[in-house]
Design a protein around this ligand. Structure first.
Ligand code: SAM
Length: 332
């Protein structure tokens, strides 16, 4: 049996990827096609929004901007999931035979993981068209496969994965609680699950975000890009103010008092209008589009996230919180 062979003697070539699925799947080169449509209206809209976003990001970004964005994401990734360095993450991955990148987008992180751990088999899954670009771009990496399908129903066998990464994705799925339970079910006992959720913000910001999500369902991509650019322009204006304000505690609105930079205060408590000088106009606009375009975008309180982890009988190995999110690494 495969599982009796020590890991260091188990190059990923010995794994038959089709065997990991509970149904017959067709593997064409490095790609498996499970599903490209959702019956749920919001999920379908969300898939289309991300297909559009990834298409524009991959075709319009300059190489320099992409490099900057990827490098920023990698650095952030380490702190989200409790790794002191890329070397530590690489060492962690080496003991993982099957790695799933659930909601892989353009596959940049899947590729990074596969590169860091050449004896692991990495499978990136996404419901948007981005998987085709990912499969093409990373076809030379022999330990890396891509699947188009729903991470809430991966058709993978139970207890098959050693490590699952679900980075900035689960809240975009139709029923995040069900997706979380499904991903836990395909994880081996003792396996680890890294997951990130959006954090609930102050009341005015939540109200505005919910209001907007109702609109996105009816907006065309062009209208969404125009709106995203307007948000970038607004964020840029706010950040140029360079004004400090002293805010009282306003418990009714869940606004925490203190000294704030004006832009940060408005951003976190009233309206998301991302602007980052270093990343520039395009990447800032992609970030605004990423926030506003998918109609599925659930936000969590800390308690709600912890409950989801506990309900699935996972043990918390590492927990991280920021103004925008909660994330961590959990053991089955
Ligand atoms: C914000 S992006 C994150 C991509 C990548 N994990 C990263 O960190 O760069 C969210 C991704 O989740 C994907 N997604 C949303 N719902 C999904 C679902 N039900 N199944 C698979 N992928 C999904 C989207 O298509 C999109 O590529």
């Amino acid at each position: 049996m495969l599982s009796n062979i020590p890991l260091n003697l188990l190059p990923m070539e010995t794994i038959d990827i089709a065997n990991l699925f509970s149904e017959k799947v067709k593997v064409i080169d490095n790609l498996i096609h499970l599903a490209d449509k959702s019956n749920a209206q919001n999920q379908e809209q969300t898939n289309k929004a991300f297909s559009e976003k990834w298409q524009v990001v991959s075709s319009s970004s300059t190489k320099e901007d992409r490099k900057k964005a990827i490098s920023r994401q990698r650095k952030w990734h380490l702190s989200l999931y409790g790794f002191k360095s890329a070397e530590e993450l690489s060492f962690f991955l080496t003991s993982k035979e099957i790695i799933i990148d659930a909601g892989c987008g353009l596959g940049e992180k899947s590729s990074w993981l596969a590169e860091m751990s050449p004896n692991s088999l990495v499978i990136g899954i996404d419901f948007s068209e981005s998987v085709y670009q990912a499969a093409e771009k990373f076809k030379e990496q022999k330990n890396l496969y891509f699947v188009r399908g729903d991470i809430a129903n991966t058709k993978l066998k139970k207890n098959v994965a050693d490590y699952i990464l679900c980075d900035q994705v689960i809240m975009h799925t139709e029923k995040p609680d069900k997706t979380f339970a499904h991903l836990t079910s395909i994880l081996k006992k003792g396996g680890e699950f890294s997951c990130y959720v959006y954090r609930k913000k102050a009341v005015p910001r939540e109200l505005l975000d919910s209001f907007f999500r109702e609109k996105t369902k009816k907006y065309s991509n062009q209208e969404l890009w125009e709106f995203s650019e307007q948000m970038t322009a607004l964020g840029k204006q706010f950040s140029e103010l360079k004004t400090q304000i002293d805010v009282p505690d306003i418990p009714l609105l869940e606004i925490k008092g203190g000294k704030y930079d004006m832009q940060r205060f408005l951003y976190w408590n009233f309206i998301k209008c991302f602007w980052n000088e270093e990343l520039g106009w395009e990447t800032s606009t992609y970030t605004n589009f990423d926030w506003y375009s998918p109609s599925n975008a659930k936000r969590y309180t800390k308690k709600e996230f912890e409950t989801m982890i506990m309900d699935n009988h996972l043990q918390i190995k590492y927990f991280h919180e920021e103004e925008a999110c909660f994330s961590g690494r959990f053991i089955k």
